[in-house]
Design a protein around this ligand. Structure first.
Ligand code: PLP
Length: 369
């Protein structure tokens, strides 16, 4: 059997006609940047996330950047985040002119640990930026309690977690601003780059709408410096079609995870992901932990199964962040997970037989090693 780590072919085949119709409308409208299709998508995402506003942006990275820019951070201001995330989380903090401060992760969920956040607060801390890693929310009640106590802003990096819930509350809706990515591998993936920021206050909404358009509300008059962070109408067209199916995709991912959990739950060498009691995990990634991770990855490849490592290098160990003065050993839990984590194929269209094959190969590997 050949099982790719990720494959959009089946999903795209099923929606292609609908998307082509929507795209035809965009072409006929001659409105290629923002416009009615994009506003319509914003309304639908805000509704889906139970927020008052949504701002369509050029990527998930730009959503994080625009959200941070909207907070008016000054040089020296600190933003606390996790060292175990995609680069964009931390890159955006630096691009917004602030200083990232890392807090180690929770060993069970691999999300940022609230206790570690509390330990890293200084009088320069302005914001906490948790990441809802793999599609399961960080511990938002604890994080929001810390933010309230110290009068801090919170931005959710929900790039991997659209549709996830924490105590029934949608990812992205539990903080000042929630940020999503529509990169093709995310649960709601476009036909190219795209992102969205959601918020409740009119003030942040207005600011982000201006930021995506060079800090301007009225053409050629600029109140502050923003950028070109606008979404293409063709992206909105494809996302509008896929958003209707998002809950179904998530449901299929969860069903796939259940099969893995059943088959791998009792394998001593393997730690399966934990869905916490108050959470609804969307399994953008299904990530196991195993000591002989690199060997297992090779063994799976030899048997036709694709897998990925998210993430092989923690952010405090990246050469561009050397100036922060952190070194290997400073975030022991994040580092240990980065050595042992392996993401398995989990995309919605996988068949039960394919999932079972992957799990059987892992069981076989564990018996032989
Ligand atoms: C994908 C991702 C981003 C960036 O999104 P892009 O749309 O690729 O720019 C940011 N943070 C996390 C955690 C992500 O997984």
């Amino acid at each position: 059997m050949q099982i790719k780590f990720f494959d959009l072919e089946k999903q795209n085949r099923a929606v292609k006609d609908d998307i082509l119709t929507e795209m035809q409308d965009v072409i006929d409208s001659n409105h290629f940047i923002l416009g009615p299709q994009v506003s319509n998508l914003e309304g639908k995402v805000a509704n889906y996330c139970h927020t008052n506003h949504a701002v369509a942006l050029s990527s998930g990275t730009d959503a994080l950047l625009v959200a941070l820019m909207a907070l008016d951070l000054k040089p020296g201001d600190e933003v606390i985040t996790t060292p175990f995330t995609f680069f964009a989380t931390v890159g955006s903090i630096v691009r917004a002119g602030a200083t990232p401060v890392f807090a180690d992760i929770d060993p069970v969920t691999f999300n940022i640990s609230p206790e570690e956040i509390a330990r890293n607060i200084t009088d320069k801390t302005k914001c906490i930026m948790p990441v809802h890693l793999y599609g399961q929310c960080a511990d938002m009640d604890a994080i929001n309690a810390i933010a309230k106590e110290h009068d801090l802003k919170v931005i959710e990096d929900a790039a991997q977690a659209i549709g996830a819930k924490y105590d029934g509350k949608p990812a992205g809706s539990m903080s000042d601003i929630g940020c999503f990515s529509f990169f093709p591998t995310k649960n709601l993936g476009g036909f190219g780059e795209g992102g969205m920021a959601v918020c409740d206050t009119d003030e942040l909404h207005k600011k982000m709408v201006m930021l995506r358009n060079h800090g301007s509300a009225r053409r050629y008059y600029h109140e502050f410096v923003g950028g070109n962070f606008r979404m293409h109408a063709l992206q909105a067209a494809s996302l509008r079609v896929k958003l209707k199916r998002l809950d179904k995709y998530i449901c299929m991912r969860r069903a796939n995870a259940t099969i893995y959990n059943k088959m791998l739950g009792d394998v001593a060498e393997v730690t399966i992901p934990v869905e916490c009691e108050n959470q609804f995990h969307t399994y953008n990634q299904y990530v196991i932990k195993i000591e002989k991770r690199d060997e297992l990855k090779d063994f799976l490849a030899e048997n036709g199964v694709g897998s990925m490592i998210y993430y092989p290098v923690c952010l405090h160990e990246q050469s561009c962040f050397e100036y922060l003065g952190k070194k290997r050993g400073d975030f022991a839990l994040a580092e240990s997970v980065s050595n042992e984590c392996l993401a398995l194929p989990i995309y919605p269209e996988l068949t039960d037989e394919e999932i079972e094959y992957v799990a059987e190969k892992i069981i076989e590997f564990c018996k032989e090693n």
